[in-house]
Ligand binder design. Structure first.
Ligand code: ATR
Length: 280
């Protein structure tokens, strides 16, 4: 919890990190809540992560977020990892406790679900099969969220089959792994499709998937937010599917971080969203 006399500090550690919209988002909240504080991008090489995390307490940071490529490595460094982050296998948020020790949690799951709920309040994970493309860190949070929200069938496809197999073996539950070459057919009868791969992100290739089997009633979700509309989302929108980009997930995962660092639950307002959208 913040001391009233203290200048509040938090940040995001990533490599690269300068593309991140988190500083803009958190600094908007500092202003909005009339708090003296700042949120900084911290460009940390993987080999420097332990030193950087250990420096948070002496520097007076309340905590930090973690982005690519630190989410998994940080698990070995912090003093305590909560059950949710352990289950997902990644930390998205570090909290500096009063004694200087570091606690790790994962807010991506929450951000994913709340991001969808805000834009599509009627969406239900259990309404029909969900297809998840990708089996990396992002996918783990998404699969966990979908299962927790009541998805009865999650069809998981990943370029590297073994990685999807491992995820499914670890998580159990409703996940069914399908080979990469069956990804187009996997969309038949689906109610939700989520891209968790890096494909479609600026500077990356385009996600190679045919949407012709996807029901028009399905919701298409991308966790990428730069660009706001990936080629995958554009294709889905053009054929009549509802779409959701990754910005909502980014905005919403930041709320529980604030609660943990500063004891405040800030709002995701239209003004905030539009301010960030204008920079993308
Ligand atoms: P993150 O933590 O952001 O999820 P990651 O763990 O590196 O990042 O995972 C990236 C995901 O994008 C993986 O599912 C990866 O597939 P592989 O497991 O086969 O590597 C997927 N991905 C990356 N490049 C891809 C490509 N060109 N085509 C298809 N999938 C790709």
């Amino acid at each position: 919890m913040a001391h009233p006399d203290r200048f509040l500090l938090a940040g995001v550690m990533g490599w690269p990190v300068m593309h991140s919209r988190s500083p803009m988002l958190h600094n908007y909240w500092f202003k909005r809540h009339e708090l003296a504080g700042t949120y900084v991008p911290l460009a940390i090489r993987p080999e420097g992560l332990a030193g950087a995390l250990r420096a948070l307490a002496p520097l007076g940071f309340s905590g930090c977020n973690l982005t690519i490529p630190h989410k998994q490595q940080a698990m070995q460094i912090v003093d305590e990892v909560d059950t949710l982050a352990k289950k997902i296998g990644a930390i998205s948020c570090v909290i500096v406790r009063p004694d200087g020790s570091l606690a790790g949690t994962n807010n991506d799951c929450y951000g994913f679900v709340e991001g969808i709920r805000q834009e599509q309040p009627g969406w239900r994970a259990g309404a029909g099969p969900a297809v998840v493309i990708g089996a990396g860190g992002g996918s783990r949070a998404v699969c966990y969220a979908l299962a927790r929200e009541g998805a009865k069938e999650i069809r998981l496809v990943n370029r590297t089959f073994e990685r999807a197999k491992e995820l499914a073996a670890e998580f159990g539950g409703p996940i069914r792994v399908l080979p990469w070459n069956e990804r187009h057919d996997a969309l038949e009868g689906a109610a939700t499709i989520v891209n968790t791969t890096s494909q479609g992100m600026v500077g990356q290739g385009t996600l190679d998937i045919r949407l012709d089997k996807l029901p028009k009633t399905a919701l298409a979700v991308d966790i990428v937010y730069i660009p706001l509309e990936t080629p995958f989302l554009a294709a889905a929108r053009k054929r009549g599917n509802r779409t959701i980009n990754g910005l909502g997930m980014l905005l919403h995962q930041a709320r529980p971080a604030w609660k943990a660092w500063f004891g405040i639950e800030p709002e995701v307002t239209t003004e905030l969203r539009e301010m960030i959208e204008r920079t993308i």
